[in-house]
Design a protein around this ligand. Sequence first.
Ligand code: ZN
Length: 384
Amino acid sequence: MLKIIKSAEIYTPEYLGIKDVLVVDGKIGKIDEKIEITGVEVEVIDGKGKKLVPGFIDSHVHLTGGGGEGGFATRTPEITLSDIIQGGITTIVGTLGTDGITRSPENLYAKAKALEEEGINTYIYTGSYRIPPITFTGSIMKDLILIDKVIGVGEIAISDHRSSQPTIEELKRIVADARVGGMLSGKSGVVNFHVGNGKNGIEPLFEIVQNTEIPINHLYPTHINRNKDLLEQGIEFAKLGGVVDFTTSSTSKDPDELKAYNALIRYYEAGLIDKVTFTSDGQGSLPIFDEKGNFVKLGIGKVTSLYYEVKLAVLKGLPLEEALKPITVNPAKILGLKNKGKLKEGANADLVILDESLNIDTVISKGKVLMSDKIIVTKGIFEN
Ligand code: ZN
């Protein structure tokens, strides 16, 4: 069935003004001043007073749960479809984490397939924190080439006490395999690096850039807003053309300036907003501290933090068309997702409607409405 979203303010993420958008067969058929269709059934969504933006992309989520770092009882649960929809997320990339023993790539694949069937666009990374990476086939290249959902490798841990203390040569080999595997399969072949609090930060990535011919866009470090030094290193990396990722779910006692929205404003002022993505690290475990900074317990990261930090950036004065980039067009580019992250004719109809207060009003994925007026639809079950 055809769908028209009428008279919404369009953000591609660039601002286009008030227009109508026609959705045909899961794609954006037309964007125009006024679209009138007669003779066939059309579903009309009134967008008056609202903003229409691309569906959000979250490229680092522990879909099958993560954690376990405080023992088995601290393992976190699988994500639910309603969490994803509430976050306005229409494209999600699943990853394992610290635990590549009790969490398997096969389970991650099955979860990604399930969410795809339920209406979300999904991909996964092969590997986990450690080296040699755990894979489906024994080879990063084979995984990329033969397994549809695999678009990259990760999260490989560096500069972290939980990493496998990889050597620079081991890291180079992983990135090299990801590059060629990506080339042969027409995928991005990115390597998502979990960067810990270690003093070297992303130094190994600079070494790879300087000492190999591999393009910088295969290196995709996350948690760059973890500490001040890393944030500054990230600016150097971005100036070289690299893309860095800020984590939005945080219960850190660190100063506010390390929150994703503040870090984004810092990069915006440095002219580097096109080099930043946000991810939620959803379903990962998060330490919770008391007022004195003492560890209390482990919590769970929420994917709803992704857009929340974008909204905070806008409330702090960043234009919406800029603040949207880290969850739309920027991740689409680094992940090589050609028809996503942008509102244009021919692109996938993955859309979010925001109300006057910038709250998520409606989520449309692959042309289908998944949430309307705060009512969440999950496999036929309605929840408030
Ligand atoms: Zn991580």
